[in-house]
Ligand binder design. Sequence first.
Ligand SMILES: N[C@@H](CCC(=O)N[C@@H](CS)C(=O)NCC(=O)O)C(=O)O
Length: 219
Amino acid sequence: MANQVKVFGVWESPFSKRVEIALKMKGVEYEYVEEDLSTKSPELLKYNPIHKKVPVFLHNGKPIVESLVILEYIDETWKSGTPLLPQDPHERANSRFWAKFMDDKLLPAAIKFVKSREQDVIEEIVELLSLLEKELKGKKFFGGESIGLVDIACCIVALWLDVIQEAVGVEMFTKEKHPKLYKWSEEYMNCSIIKETLPPRADLLAFWQSRLQPSATST
Ligand SMILES: N[C@@H](CCC(=O)N[C@@H](CS)C(=O)NCC(=O)O)C(=O)O
């Protein structure tokens, strides 16, 4: 029972994948339970009664929810492997800011885009990506030489945004518009832990193409 770790997720969720990436970076073994979001399991509802969402992280029977909260818990609990947050308090705060920027700014814009596909939302996303590009400050990863909290949070940019723009047939994130961020995404997608954890691009593209067809009733 000691150090028993369980993750409830769905394969197509970037939030679930954040947690799995962090666990693999720390070398923590875990049991993975694939949820069916159309029929949420009693365990999911019990452990995340407020949001009723994945991921749910269970450590020795104790639940933690919200992917960014889970990532910090993992970093504080397992000191093995690469630290996800820097040591310096100012740099730590800065990493938290950019991880939160991902969820507070870029994600809502991406959701708005999926629903409306309006030009001004595309422009908003391009601008938000430019802010991320600036934050890279010439580093290989947001975390420096290795992947950290912000890089994990940004898995959405490296794979989901790229897939969604292809499924819809628009260009928001390209080598020309965001050369440094694009290079970051190539380096990121080449990391072995990222490759083995994120869903195959073709599967995710098929998933989004079916959701974004004009006949699809919901997003
Ligand atoms: N802020 C949450 C977002 C989690 C989330 O939106 N999960 C989605 C799957 S991608 C979900 O479980 N949706 C089920 C629902 O909304 O009923 C996190 O970071 O963990």
